[in-house]
Design a protein around this ligand. Structure first.
Ligand SMILES: Nc1ncnc2c1ncn2[C@@H]1O[C@H](COP(=O)(O)OP(=O)(O)OP(=O)(O)O)[C@@H](O)[C@H]1O
Ligand SMILES: [Mg+2]
Length: 275
């Protein structure tokens, strides 16, 4: 990691992940992961298959309990890991890599599940408005009355996002959210995230395999390999060809996007001769 890509100093209001670890039968899947990023930014979490990205995101939202002492996920001065389940669900939402949405309900009912942590006996129209907004923002409004089971993979992905938005989280964790999305929907997703960040100061961490998207759409990058943070820093400075060779075992060339000037990455197998 180069000095130029060092992470910024952060304040008590920012996201500070500290000492997250997870072992299965003595093997460290996530090994003492720490990083700090300012609130109201988008961080791309990158790394090869099996690097520990999904496990780290589950540790961050408390779905898995970190091994060892001193683990913390600080946001806005509070440790998310020490909140009650209900308070945590109002603060952090995770859109998992595999859709976890129920099949035998309508889209609207599935998204309404995101409101459960907020439910009070006097709850009423306020929840309906939040659910409508979440459906609209995720581009899922047209299917509100359909059964989830009848949706395509990409449509289901948007419903999962809508359910997360209905939680009105301060921290949104997305695990390869573009997987099932067509190209327009991928662009829409990053535009939506940027809009939410601008309007609500949301903090977003996204696990991604698309390095060009990571370099174009994130503010910070955290690179995982073998459960450890091997690089982190400001986008795009934190990622270079040497890092990609070490972490992914492929050659990478960067070309500038004619529109934004930001880098697009082209890959070759190690040892392949270019023209
Ligand atoms: N419960 C478990 N028992 C044993 N191994 C596990 C368990 N959960 C995860 N792993 C292993 O831990 C490693 C990290 O898994 P994880 O799903 O976090 O990787 P990832 O970076 O999200 O990968 P991908 O890019 O393929 O989604 C993998 O090698 C996986 O097989
Ligand atoms: Mg994963």
């Amino acid at each position: 990691m180069t000095a130029a890509s060092a992470m910024p100093a952060v304040s008590a209001h920012d996201l500070s992940v500290h000492g997250l670890s997870y072992a299965v039968r003595g093997k460290m899947l996530v090994d003492d992961v720490s990083f700090d990023v300012p609130a109201g930014t988008l961080t791309a979490l990158i790394g090869p298959n099996g690097a520990g990205k999904s496990t780290l995101l589950r540790l961050m939202n408390g779905a898995l309990a970190s091994n060892g002492e001193g683990a913390a996920v600080m946001l806005g001065g509070r440790d998310l890991l020490r909140l009650s389940r209900r308070e945590r669900a109002k603060t952090v939402a995770l859109v998992e890599q595999q859709s976890t949405i129920e099949f035998a309900v309508t889209v609207r009912e599935a998204v309404a599940l995101g409101r459960i942590p907020f439910r009070r006996w006097w709850a009423g129209a306020g929840d309906d408005r939040v659910i409508d907004d979440a459906l609209r923002l995720a581009g899922a409004g047209a299917w509100a009355d359909r059964q989830v089971a009848t949706l395509s993979g990409g449509e289901r992905q948007r419903v999962t996002l809508a359910r997360a938005l209905a939680q009105q989280p301060r921290l949104l964790l997305l695990d390869e959210p573009t997987n099932h999305l067509d190209i327009a929907a991928q662009l829409d997703l990053f535009a939506l995230l940027r809009d939410l960040i601008d309007r609500t100061h949301l903090t977003v961490v996204v696990a991604l395999h698309d390095l060009s998207a990571a370099l174009n759409d994130s503010d910070y990058v955290v690179v995982l390999s073998g459960g450890r943070v091997v690089a982190s820093g400001v986008t795009p400075d934190a990622v270079d060809a040497d890092l990609i060779r070490r972490v992914y075992g492929v050659e990478a060339a960067f070309v500038a996007d004619p529109g934004s000037g930001r880098p697009v990455v082209i890959f070759r197998r190690l040892g392949d001769v270019g023209d």
